[in-house]
Design a protein around this ligand. Structure first.
Ligand SMILES: *[C@@H]1O[C@H](CO)[C@@H](O)[C@H](O)[C@H]1NC(C)=O
Ligand SMILES: *[C@@H]1O[C@H](CO)[C@@H](O)[C@H](O)[C@H]1NC(C)=O
Ligand SMILES: *[C@@H]1O[C@H](CO)[C@@H](O)[C@H](O)[C@H]1NC(C)=O
Ligand SMILES: [Zn+2]
Length: 269
């Protein structure tokens, strides 16, 4: 019989995973799963789906702003709540998901053609049917000297309740038609293989002060994981297909609709 003391100790071990080896020492599915995340996305491993194809996929984004306080946990920085509802249109099939929150990894977990980025944000959603299947939408940021106002609001939420408009992260885009998609896992233990991954290839603005705000907790903090960031190492594809949906993102066009209403009003007045 296993003693309660030993059970307690094992429980502690399970809780106390860390990023010192980029996840190479995590156990269970993390160690033997064949559909793990993150991955490095190479062009030669993509199946490209062109605009107009009957298997085109798109995500309709319905945002709602929320006042929240951020939470710096032992592994990341997260903001919890329903900031976004998503409708996925895959051919004639529609599924719905809603966000339970988003969090950050620095440097990025996903890579593209061997390139790693400064910051990656994961918007975590569950499907409306049973709340079990996860959709995770990954956004990539790189330092280009431009201040990202969405990231500023995320940083402000660390010290005081702040209004978060996730739409600001998407720069007016309300329908994604251009993204990578593959089947994978949670990137933290227990690494469950229940995630439909969507990665938006658009690189988002970040300035170096904003990046430091994240790296001071992780990659630049020797006490965090001996210099490793809070990113898991990339995983083998093991024959998985990565889709690239090569459509054009749709921008909400206020100016256009204002112009049309002005025309209609002008006509009737
Ligand atoms: C890409 O696909 C090729 C051919 O299927 C395979 O040999 C290679 O390992 C894949 N690359 C990655 C990074 O998985
Ligand atoms: C998102 O979905 C929730 C229910 O799941 C609903 O209460 C909310 O009004 C929806 N928000 C938007 C912006 O569609
Ligand atoms: C922050 O997250 C941790 C770990 O998930 C949780 O235990 C804690 O209750 C959270 N704190 C707040 C203020 O939400
Ligand atoms: Zn994550």
């Amino acid at each position: 019989m296993v003693s309660p003391l030993l059970l307690g100790f094992m429980g502690l071990l399970a809780e106390e995973w860390n990023y010192t080896h980029g996840g190479a020492d995590w156990e269970g599915k993390c160690e033997d799963g064949l559909n793990q995340s993150p991955i490095d996305i190479f062009p030669e491993n993509l199946t490209v789906i062109q605009r107009g194809s009957e298997v085109m996929d798109s995500l309709d984004l319905h945002f709602q702003k929320l006042d929240v306080l951020g939470n710096l946990t032992s592994h990341n920085y997260k903001l919890s709540g329903n900031f976004l509802n998503v409708t996925e249109n895959y051919g004639s099939l529609q599924t719905h998901g809603k966000s339970i929150g988003f969090h950050f990894h620095s440097p990025s977990e996903h890579m593209i053609s061997g390139k790693q980025f400064d910051l990656e944000m994961h918007i975590v959603m569950t499907d409306d049917e049973d709340g079990i299947i996860y959709y995770v939408l990954g956004l990539l940021f790189h330092v280009n000297g431009k201040t990202n106002k969405f990231i500023n609001s995320v940083i402000d939420a660390y010290t005081a309740k702040t209004t978060i408009k996730l739409s600001d992260a998407f720069d007016g885009v309300t329908q994604l038609n251009n993204f990578y998609h593959y089947q994978g896992s949670l990137t933290t233990p227990p690494c469950s293989e229940i995630v439909n991954w969507f990665i938006w290839p658009k690189l988002l603005d970040l300035d170096s002060t904003q990046l430091s705000w994240f790296s001071k907790f992780w990659a630049e903090n020797k006490e965090f994981a001996n210099g490793h960031g809070n990113n898991r190492n990339t995983q083998e594809l093991n024959g998985r297909v990565i889709y690239f949906f090569d459509g054009v993102d749709v921008q909400e066009s206020f100016s256009k609709s204002l112009f049309v209403s002005a025309l209609i009003l002008g006509f009737f007045i």
